[in-house]
Design a protein around this ligand. Structure first.
Ligand SMILES: [Zn+2]
Length: 451
């Protein structure tokens, strides 16, 4: 595949206003100015004229709960804890069919906004309702995005001082066995992998200290990454101070949960010492500005984290707290919210784009393979249409970051076209939407008696 005439932003330092990208198999083999060199590929190849397009690395989504596609638009005015305590009820009735439909729609929606790699944090496994983890893995395979699902968990129900009701939590041994099994069954550590599993107890207010400690031990034994929610709200900080006498970040630090193999969702309420510790330990942050705004949680200290050199990626978060949020739209949301809080120099358009690509790749431990356009990296590429109304802005990166999400000319994952002419081609787009709506209706039916 040869892409020509695009404004190419490699994100790793170079920009070519009229450049080319050559893709052979699942890898990029050349990137540079002007036309592709003669004989870059054999006679059999596809040539894409990307005139009027901005070429960026495919975007990386570092935090999501795909199952929440089935419970959007509910508890629209509550705090995180109010929102959670209401939604745990319908979520406890979810089955594999709901998870499959929600994941298909959610991943299709992500691909439509330029996402080539997504994680997912699934932490609810109601008994006897099928294999929910397998269902979302199958959905990612169908849609064709690179997938980093996290086997999540909760073991501290209300009777143990946790927030969730007892019926939605599992016990420690069940969680550890199921998590080990998910890693053994699905985790592919090989270069170019389309599927890597991470270990992800849900949050300090829904899991026991033992589960956090044992999860970290398991992940490090197996060589996989660790993920959880942290410092999302003031309520959470009150909870950890009351229960453990520490801030959420101090608590996690005290049990070996900061490190280069860990990335944390939100990190809104950090103290200066927490920011420094995250940077020192190389701990990543998944910044989810729309979700934080929707729940009134606050504005994360992204500018400070970046200034200290900590890895920061972007995430859409689950659709129940960030309805229909497009991943590319989080670039603008992050840019605007940082500036609203810290002033116009807080974050530049190019820094925001870097968070959505290379920053996310760092969070997922794949900064050598994805997140930038360079020879040898995986061919995960987004071609954005910057013609038409957008042509009035000379700098396409400014138009991309400050304006609304542009249409996709192409989205390529490992050399394979997933979106063409702004339409999903791996799964019929209408079908993906229908499966998402069916998942919602099915969940509402299953949860009738608890709503
Ligand atoms: Zn979340």
């Amino acid at each position: 595949m040869i892409i020509e005439n695009a404004h190419v932003v490699t994100v790793s330092g170079e920009e070519y206003p009229d450049g080319h990208i050559v893709v052979d198999g699942d890898r990029i083999t050349a990137v540079g100015p002007g036309s592709a060199p003669d004989g870059a590929l054999g006679a059999e190849h596809e040539r894409i004229d990307a005139r009027g397009c901005l070429a960026t690395p495919g975007l990386v989504n570092t935090h999501h709960h795909l199952y929440q596609w089935a419970s959007q638009g509910m508890v629209t005015d509550g705090t995180l804890f109010e929102w959670l305590t209401t939604l745990y009820k319908p979520w406890s009735k979810m089955d594999a069919e709901v998870a499959a439909g929600a994941a298909t729609a959610g991943l299709a929606w992500l691909a439509k906004s330029g996402c080539t790699t997504s994680t997912d944090h699934h932490y609810l496994f109601p008994k006897g309702r099928g294999d929910l983890f397998a269902a979302e893995i199958e959905a990612a395979r169908e849609v064709g995005v690179r997938f980093h699902p996290c086997r999540g968990s909760m073991d501290r129900g209300a009777s143990q001082g946790g927030l969730p009701p007892d019926e939605v939590v599992e016990d420690l041994d069940t969680v550890l066995a199921a998590t080990a099994d998910a890693i053994d069954r699905y985790h592919d550590p090989s270069p170019g992998s389309m599927l890597r599993v991470a270990v992800a107890p849900c949050s300090p207010f829904s899991v026991s200290r033992d589960l956090l400690v044992e999860s970290a031990r398991l992940a490090r034994d197996k060589g996989v990454r660790l993920h959880t929610h942290l410092a999302e709200t003031v309520d959470e900080e009150e909870h950890t101070r009351e229960q453990f006498g520490m801030t959420p970040a101090e608590y996690m630090d005290s049990i070996g949960w900061l490190g280069p193999d860990v990335w944390l969702a939100h990190c809104v309420h950090l103290h200066d010492t927490d920011v420094k510790r995250l940077a020192e330990t190389g701990t990543g942050t998944a910044h989810c500005p729309s979700s934080n705004a929707r729940l009134g949680a606050g504005i994360a200290r992204v500018a400070d984290l970046l200034a200290e050199g900590a890895p920061v990626g972007l995430g859409v978060d689950g659709s129940a707290s960030a309805e229909l949020v497009p991943l590319a739209g989080e670039v603008r949301q992050a840019l605007y919210m940082q500036r609203a809080r810290y002033g116009p120099a807080a974050l530049t358009a190019r820094q925001a784009l870097e968070m959505a690509t290379l920053g996310g790749a760092r969070c997922l431990g794949r900064e050598d393979e994805i997140g930038a356009l360079e020879p040898g990296r995986l061919a995960d590429i987004a071609l954005w249409r910057m013609d038409g109304f957008r042509a009035a802005i000379d700098d396409p990166v400014v138009a991309f970051a400050f304006g609304p999400v542009p249409p996709l000319h192409r989205l390529i994952v490992g050399g394979r076209t997933v979106v063409d002419g702004d339409a999903l081609v791996t799964v019929p787009q209408d079908e993906a939407a229908r499966r998402g709506a069916d998942a919602h209706r099915r969940l509402m039916r299953l949860a009738e008696e608890v709503l």
